[in-house]
Design a protein around this ligand. Structure first.
Ligand code: AHR
Length: 320
């Protein structure tokens, strides 16, 4: 079993409270997935801020959602002789060869926000949430909210083959298992983007009697939920009332939607994965201190009872 450290999400989300220990002018390559969501934008800007605060020379590569670009970036970081690599892996499989190359070059790799299917000795640690648990929190919220009522759910999945898409689906299904009144009637990828979230929701509405057959939307991230909310409104229905909306990330716009009565629940994912990653790298590079294989961030449920406009104001300047 993996050893694990749990980080307090709210403090971490603020991005300001973790140690600002100098990492001895480390050079770190960061292979980022792209900019598919507000959460991703925040992770990128928090990572840059954390690096600057610690005097780290951060080499940033945007992979535009393509694994092949991430593999090229990692090879380029290895050729440049960086001290360490941060990798936010777009999909879960296909990393073994390039990570073996990093290992041979003695360059530690830290995974950010997504897990991979690869032997654990190929990376130093993974800073991620428990994505199955996130899905379970979303599903538990729905189970409680609908009670005994019949409820047809439509699901917008994240990027196919990515660990959050796989695990958030699994966790939600675990939560609704045994509640026969709740059924997932349609499930399709929206690739974690607003545009696709809206497009796919339009097709769900069309296929389900203009949306009348849909009781709730479960979206694997808030951006897809925000796109879907637009589709629901354009279909003449009330998001949050006619169709309940539950999603994951806790980006500012979902709090705005909650304040407007158009979204019902979100599960927070901190964008500060880099702070704990740099701390682990610092301890490892200076003192060869092996971190836990999984540094787990917190997953907190928010609903309209949590003063959504206050949270919106707190989060809106954080790079989302
Ligand atoms: O891996 C984390 C997920 O990636 C976020 O929940 C989503 O918004 C992003 O695209």
């Amino acid at each position: 079993m993996r050893s694990l450290i749990l980080l307090a999400g709210t403090a971490v989300a603020a991005g300001l409270v973790l140690s600002s220990v100098s990492a001895n002018a480390m050079t770190v390559g960061f292979s980022q997935i792209g900019s598919e969501s507000g959460w991703r934008a925040a992770e990128t800007s928090v990572t840059k801020q954390e690096a600057e605060k610690r005097g780290i020379d951060l080499k940033f590569a945007d992979a535009q959602q393509k694994q092949e670009n991430q593999i090229k970036a990692i090879r380029s970081f290895i050729a440049q002789g960086v001290d360490a690599i941060l990798l936010a892996p777009v999909v879960a499989t296909g990393w073994d060869s390039v990570l073996e190359e990093a290992k041979e070059a003695d360059i530690p790799v830290v995974l950010l926000d997504r897990q991979i299917d690869a032997p654990e000795d190929l990376y130093l640690t993974a800073v991620t949430s428990d994505q199955t648990y996130e899905g379970k929190v979303a599903g538990d919220w729905l189970v409680k909210d609908v009670g005994d009522k019949e409820c047809n759910v439509v699901e917008l999945q994240g990027t196919t083959g990515s660990s959050p898409a796989i695990n958030r689906k699994k966790g939600f299904e675990q939560a609704i298992a045994g509640h026969d009144n709740i059924k997932i009637v349609r499930s399709q990828t929206g690739d974690f983007t607003r545009t696709k979230g809206k497009e796919v929701m339009e097709s769900f509405i069309k296929a389900e009697d203009g949306g009348k057959n849909i009781c709730a939307l479960y979206a694997h991230n808030d951006d897809m939920a925000v796109g879907a909310i637009q589709a629901i409104k354009e279909a003449g229905l009330k998001p949050g009332t006619d169709i309940k909306v539950v999603s994951i990330d806790a980006v500012p716009d979902i709090f705005q939607a909650m304040a407007n009565g158009e979204a019902n629940a979100t599960v927070e994912l901190t964008p500060n994965m880099a702070g704990p990653a740099f701390d682990a790298l610092d301890a490892y590079l200076k003192d060869k201190k092996e971190p836990a294989k999984w540094i787990q961030t917190e997953s907190k449920l928010y609903t309209p009872a949590d003063e959504p406009m206050k949270v919106y104001e707190e989060k809106k300047g954080l790079g989302y």
